[in-house]
Design a protein around this ligand. Sequence first.
Ligand SMILES: [Zn+2]
Ligand SMILES: [Zn+2]
Ligand SMILES: [Zn+2]
Ligand SMILES: [Zn+2]
Ligand SMILES: [Zn+2]
Length: 299
Amino acid sequence: MKLVACPQCHAQYDVADIADETVRCPCGAIISANPPVAVDAAVKRCAACGALVADGEQVCSYCQAAVVRDPVPAGPVCPECYARNPEGARHCTACGVAFLPQPIRRTADPLECPTCAGVHLAARSLGGLWVDECPMCLGLWAPGDVMDRLVERVRERRRRDGKTACESAHRERRAAWQAAVSYRRCPVCRGGMQRKNFGHRSGVIVDWCGSHGTWLDAHEMEDIAAFVLEGGLETAPAQQKDGSWNLPADPARTAAILAAEQLLADERARSNERTQQWTFGPGHPFKGIGDLIAEFLKR
Ligand SMILES: [Zn+2]
Ligand SMILES: [Zn+2]
Ligand SMILES: [Zn+2]
Ligand SMILES: [Zn+2]
Ligand SMILES: [Zn+2]
C-alpha cells in the first residue's frame, strides 16, 4: 500500500499499482501519484483504532490492541503526516488518520445512471468517501467496497453514540416498486450486474458488479430495513455456500441498516407525516440514501 491523500478533500488513494503520474480526485484536484517520503515520528495513537495512547501505555485503553512502540516500519506511510507505520496499521500511529484508500477513477467522464438513460451521476462525498448519485432517481453508486466502508462507518458511529437497537416497526414493504426492476448495466464496464435478493426472499434486489461496485435504488435501504425489522433475517434460509455477497448475513451491515431505519423513523416522526406520504421526493430532508448516510455521519 502506497498512499497519497488529496490536499483538498483528503480522500486517499493507493498508488502502488498504477502507472499514471497523477490521480484525479472527484473533488477536482489532480494529485501527484508519487507517495510521500517517510519520516520517523513518535507513537501517539493506536494503530488499530486511532485512539490516543498515553506515554508508556502497552495496550490501547479503547480497543485493547497492543501498542507497538518500536515497529519494523514495513507498513503504510501516512499520506497526511508522512510518518512510518508498523505493518498492518489501520490508523497512523502519529496523527491517528485512518488508512482508507478508495477506488481510483480512470476517467474524468461522469458515469451514466444505470436506471435513467442519458443521465449522468454526480460525484458526492459521504464521510470522506466518494460515491456517485443520480440527480434524477437519487440512486447511489458506491464504487468498489465503498458501500461496505460506509456501512461500517455508520455502525461505528452508532456504537460510539451508544445507541441500542431500535424497536421494530412493522411496515408494508413496497414490493410493487420492485416489479419494474430490470437488469441493469454496471456504469463503469457496462456489463450486466448481478441481482442479489436480499435475504434470499425479501424481494429487495440490489445490483452488484463484482469488479466495480454496488448500485442501490433510493428506496432500497428502507425496504431492506423493513425486511430486517420484520424478522426476515431470522427466518431466511442459511447463507449461500459459494461465499457470494450476502447482505443480511453480515452483522455490520445489518446494524447499519437498523441505524438507517431508526433515522428514517425519527425523521418521519419529526416531520409528522404519515407513512403513506413518506417519499424520497423533493422537499424532504432525506432525498435518498446519500442524504441518509450523510445525515447519520454528521450526528
Ligand atoms: Zn479531493
Ligand atoms: Zn486502539
Ligand atoms: Zn499520520
Ligand atoms: Zn437515475
Ligand atoms: Zn463493472
